[in-house]
Ligand binder design. Sequence first.
Ligand code: F0G
Length: 500
Amino acid sequence: MMEKQTLSEPTTAHRLHCIGCGAEIAGAEAAEDFRCRECGNLFEVEYPELLVRGSSSREKTSPILAANDAARMGHPDSILAPLKPTKGLNGPPSHGVEGWKELWRRRRLSRGPLDRSGVWRFRELLPFMADERNVVTLEEGNTPLYHLPRCAASLGVEDLFAKHQGMNPTGSFKDTGMTAALSVAHERGFEWVACASTGNTSASMAAYAARAGMRSLVLIPEGKVAWGKLSQSLDYGAVTCQLKTDFDGCVSVLAELVRRAPVYLLNSVNPYRLEGQKTAAIEMAESLDWQVPDHLIVPGGNLANSSALGKGFLELRALGLIDRLPRISVIQADGANPLFLSWTEHKGKKFSPVEAHTRASAIRIGNPASWKKAVGILESTGGWCEQASEQEIALAKAEIGAEGIGCEPASAVTLAGLKKLVAQGHVGKQESVVLLLTGHTLKDPEYTIDFHRGKLLTAQETAAMGADQRKQMEALASAPQVLEPTAEAVMRVLEAAVRG
Ligand code: F0G
């Protein structure tokens, strides 16, 4: 029988700030489900020795919500100074933020495991570990920012890039957050970690737990997780439970479980996850020579990643490392679109869960935990929320594949959504755009193979497509061919391919 442990809190330069009532607590005071005991909202990590509030009226407000409040109050430049840097233990070096830029660049040549991580390379901006030796890393991050010339040309935009977070050690962006939050669990003496997942969080958690010599418990919806992801959690030794429900049902079971057993929750309600995930924003700025794109397009599922990236950019700006913010837009699948509905019908003021259905299984989520944080980032950066149909997602995924890059279906919603934002005039043709690709193409090979064999969409879905869309899809789909083992048979296929 497992017993509840009492865990000591290391002294670190951070505190947790409730995004609802503004309550501030020490890290170890958080409830097992990471919800505020006063109001039930989520927390974000703050660093009083690194960043202080810009004005007394916003003294007790998080960077995201400070920006929102000010935006609602009609100050268009209000997000300019919600936070100010401070000189403390972890403040900018005496030679200023230029010193940090140089330090972070130099670390890329270091052989130290923390320096080689694209998360911990920026550890000055995530000072929540009491002892660096407790960090669990797989050298995550440092992911590529690829140019997408063909997608750009077909959209008529000049500068289109993909920040490929699928190029992380377990093939998704979750690794950047997992190294952060699992390191906290490790430091605080937990033996067990747990998550409910659509597949990527569980794969990542299982890998990092194994590296640390910890145990992990995975709750996933039965029959609704791509094989690549399920196989990872088995390979890395997690205790894997397929529950006969959906993702939202798994979350409910886990919420009860963490109150009954000493397991550390690693879903994205854990605010340390977002600290790791915000480093993709720092990497993006660094690889654009401390400029930011005009737009960043992010897929939306449980809705934490958009706010993690937004927090990253807000902090960089407050510290003077960048001088403006990108607009951050969130794209959902149209069968799993509660944020889209809330945003378009109620401007994010009201939110109702939906029953989720989409083949993009990573974002098959009807009751996202972090919707308030996502609304905060849409408001404070001036972004939009859009949705994409199953046909649009399938086509966009094939287009990203045809660039030699590839991604899983949930990531492809970004390109599908961008097409709409361009058509609506929300994204101008001269603007620079980055698509946040969240998962590797090998995560869900079944989807890709079904697409190329013409078996992905139903007859009804195919019939609902416009002629242009159907033509584009036919041009991209290329089924594998079974042939007699003769050069002649292959020659005939080659000649047909050359003729087009
Ligand atoms: N893209 C991929 C590939 C994902 O796995 C997820 C979420 C998202 C996008 C959405 O990110 O939740 O921060 O809005 N996957 C979670 C999981 C839910 O369990 O792996 P979000």
